[in-house]
Design a protein around this ligand. Structure first.
Ligand code: SAM
Length: 212
């Protein structure tokens, strides 16, 4: 059945409110644990803030995403690169340091990551090279609202003006499907809107598998 709950629009607003609540919590924790260096720059504080917030929020929202995420991740096999499970920005030069060579990875998974990466096109292009022929890219990412002239799309664009400040640089309006589809040649590409997401969902997902 079509989900037309307009209350879905409240979700990003609640997310921002929760994130704000974590500012004093993070500050207090850093002071109590004498982690003063993390308060000296905005960047390091933002990372500590988001890390703490996501630790709780990510865990609490797990039940919501788990059915779709687990289904897609069940396709992982062989050498697996699960991108963006830790904190901080990251580049493929790290892979070379760990001895991972281009064309040797069986599975890449990105779950709620490409929204937060500073230069997604660069990272996606680099990662594509590391995937074997026949290797799979498992995807679960939130994306730009597909109905361009809808209320939800307008609302998403508006909220996205402030959203990155509260979610460590995350963007709500990335066209990640297009980015992935055009990052290289795929022998099969099956990316779809996540099931059961309503018309007023301002954080709609794309889910699926790309095979090189
Ligand atoms: C919203 S969190 C999601 C974390 C985890 N994937 C999850 O679903 O709980 C976004 C993650 O993207 C990571 N990230 C941001 N830029 C990245 C980059 N350039 N390379 C790898 N990971 C990155 C952040 O460190 C953060 O862990």
């Amino acid at each position: 059945m079509l989900n037309l709950s307009i209350l879905d629009l409240l979700v990003p607003i609640l997310g921002i409110i929760l994130s704000i609540l974590y500012v004093p919590v993070t500050l207090l924790t850093l002071l109590v644990h004498r982690r003063f260096s993390e308060i000296t720059t905005w960047r390091s504080f933002r990372q500590a803030w988001f890390g703490r917030f996501w630790y709780c929020f990510g865990w609490a929202s797990r039940a919501l995403f788990a059915p779709d995420v687990e289904k897609v991740l069940a396709g992982a096999h062989g050498v697996v690169l699960d991108i963006g499970t830790g904190s901080g920005d990251w580049g493929v030069d790290e892979l070379e340091r760990w001895g991972v060579k281009p064309g040797t990875v069986d599975t890449i998974s990105t779950v709620h990551v490409l929204c937060s990466v500073q230069s997604p096109a660069l990272l996606v292009g680099d990662l594509y090279r590391y995937l074997k022929l026949g290797g799979r890219w498992l995807v679960y990412e939130h994306v730009k609202v597909r109905r361009k002239w809808s209320l939800t799309a307008g609302f998403q664009a508006m909220i996205n003006i402030v959203w990155p400040y509260f979610f460590d640089g995350c963007s709500m309006t990335r066209e990640t499907e297009d980015l992935l589809l055009h990052s290289g040649k795929w022998t099969s590409a099956d990316l779809r809107p996540a099931p059961n997401e309503g018309w007023f969902n301002a954080l709609p997902h794309t889910v699926g598998v790309l095979v090189k």
